[in-house]
Design a protein around this ligand. Structure first.
Ligand code: NAD
Ligand code: ZN
Length: 248
């Protein structure tokens, strides 16, 4: 009898349009903590709403800025793992592959993936809390201050990520939904399926006839609609599933 891995390999090699959805678990083996891991460590006293919402920022801008500065340092120091390179290499062999990520760490791009839909923004970018249009791409170019002030309107600067209670960029979400509806296979890696609207994409894909394959060492909400659940980590499973090189 074929193993789950072999069945998943066959589904992928038989598909022309593959859509991939990644979450925080994708980056765990690159040393970037998921919210749960971060809370087990340094930030146990705060709930994510205090750290990742406009209200939390307004209540204590230095605290939120410092938390993001800590995460930004982790991101800058992190390297994409083998699973990232396997995804980037697979794109060259697959007729159409769209990569949607909930992650804000930019590691897919650093591993060579192109056309990544970063649904929740990018932590290395900074924008103006008053939304005056200022955007700073290079963290090294940030003015001093915790948080720094906007060079145009003097409001606080904030990370260019989507916080709880904020809208996703409608154009990006629409692209992601189109890709989910068009895919023959959706590979869902390292996401718990709890944060909407991204968490709705696998159900949309399944309704449109896609086979869902999950990669996650733990059970999640998405398992009930998945064709195959690979209980493994991203760095283990993706190179096996997709082939490709195993080191940077
Ligand atoms: P989440 O809700 O996406 O859950 C993480 C999932 O990853 C869990 O189901 C866990 O079982 C799984 N996982 C853990 N280690 C894994 C591994 N090595 N391989 C595969 N799967 C693994 O994540 P969250 O931390 O609750 O995040 C909530 C929101 O914040 C999401 O939008 C998330 O993407 C974002 N976030 C992003 C980053 C990042 O950019 N790296 C980090 C933390 C949170
Ligand atoms: Zn401004």
């Amino acid at each position: 009898m074929a193993t789950d891995l072999h069945r998943a390999q066959a589904l992928i090699s038989g598909a022309r349009r593959i859509v991939v959805l990644t979450g925080a678990g994708m980056s765990a083996e690159s040393g970037i903590p998921t919210f749960r891991q971060a809370q087990a460590a340094l930030w146990a006293d705060f709930d994510p709403l205090q750290l990742a919402s406009p209200e939390g920022f307004q209540a204590d801008p230095p605290r939120v800025w410092s938390w993001y500065a800590w995460r930004r340092e982790k991101v800058v120091g992190a390297q994409p793992h083998a699973g990232y390179f396997a995804l980037a290499a697979a794109a060259a062999r697959i007729e159409e592959m769209v990569l949607i990520t909930q992650n804000v760490d930019g590691l897919h791009g650093r591993a060579g993936s192109r056309n990544v839909i970063e649904l929740h923004g990018n932590i290395l970018r900074t924008t103006c809390f008053a939304n005056c249009g200022v955007r700073i791409d290079d963290p090294a170019a940030l003015p001093p201050g915790i948080p720094p002030r906007c060079p145009r309107c003097d409001s606080y600067l904030r990370p260019d990520v989507v916080w709880f209670g904020e809208m996703l960029d409608p154009a990006l979400l629409a692209r992601a939904e189109r890709a989910a509806a068009d895919g023959e296979v959706m590979l869902v890696v390292g996401t718990s399926g709890l944060v909407y609207p991204a968490a709705g994409l696998p159900a949309l894909a399944a309704r449109s006839g896609a086979a869902i394959i999950t990669v996650n060492p733990e059970a999640t909400e998405i398992d009930s609609i998945a064709r195959i659940c690979l209980r493994a980590t991203a760095a283990q499973a993706l190179p096996e599933l997709l082939g490709g090189r195993t080191a940077a």
